[in-house]
Design a binder for this molecule. Structure first.
Ligand code: TZP
Ligand code: MG
Length: 212
């Protein structure tokens, strides 16, 4: 039985943006404010480094009910006991990733176009990360931004719940929820903010407000 995933306010940890406080402390601050899904996205680390950080995050998340997702690295995701794996379109194909992680872990897939949404197999993938909605310096090689209108069109085609990503802040919660996404995934709106706990609270509250 797969653990249910809360996509409403999804934190993606970036080691460079979190350099001041660190990824584990940023995760703690975010969880204190109600963030329930946290992704470790560390592009330059080795698998063993990712496992080490993943285990530290796991320990910090113990008993909180929050879920840990690891970006791209199946081996690290399994070894650190993550709840899920997130793959991009250029990564290992989703059906291979699913075969490697087994039936119980959550699998997320980046969806950048309507064609990607149409091709997504809901028997394999649990959620779509749709974007980038806006251009963002956090991911310099990002695909063409889809905008809020594109987000709504792509989300409508996704056969699984979607979380929007790319250049988003709490101020976009209303628009993103109106576009049909289950929530917002953010990096720089929390990582590296002067007060990550307050920033996370703003996001969680904005999504709650947008839903009522
Ligand atoms: N995928 C699409 S955009 C992006 C990722 C990982 C980065 C989002 O970062 P930010 O700082 O929330 O714009
Ligand atoms: Mg990737």
């Amino acid at each position: 039985m797969r653990t249910p995933l809360d996509l409403s306010a999804y934190l993606v940890l970036d080691p460079d943006l979190c350099a001041n406080v660190g990824m584990v402390e940023t995760a703690r601050a975010a969880m204190a404010s109600g963030i329930r899904t946290i992704q470790l996205r560390h592009k330059t680390a080795s698998t063993s480094e990712r496992v080490k950080i993943g285990r530290a995050l796991r320990a910090a998340m113990e008993g909180t009910g929050a879920l840990l997702v690891v970006n791209d690295d199946v081996e690290a995701a399994v070894a650190c006991g993550a709840d899920g794996l997130h793959v991009g379109q250029g990564d290992r194909p989703a059906h291979e990733a699913r075969a490697a992680i087994g039936p119980d872990m959550v699998l997320g897939l980046s969806v950048e176009t309507e064609a990607h949404a149409r091709a997504l197999d809901p028997k394999t993938v649990d959620y779509a990360g749709v974007g980038p909605v806006f251009g963002t310096p956090t991911k310099p090689d990002h695909a063409r931004p889809v905008g809020m209108d594109g987000l709504a069109r792509i989300v409508a085609l996704c056969p699984v719940p979607s979380v929007a990503i790319g250049g988003l802040t709490a101020a976009h919660a209303q628009g993103v929820i109106a576009a049909g996404a289950a929530g917002l995934a953010v990096v720089s709106a929390i990582c590296g903010q002067p007060d990550p706990e307050a920033a996370a609270r703003d996001l969680v509250e904005a999504v709650k407000g947008a839903r009522t």
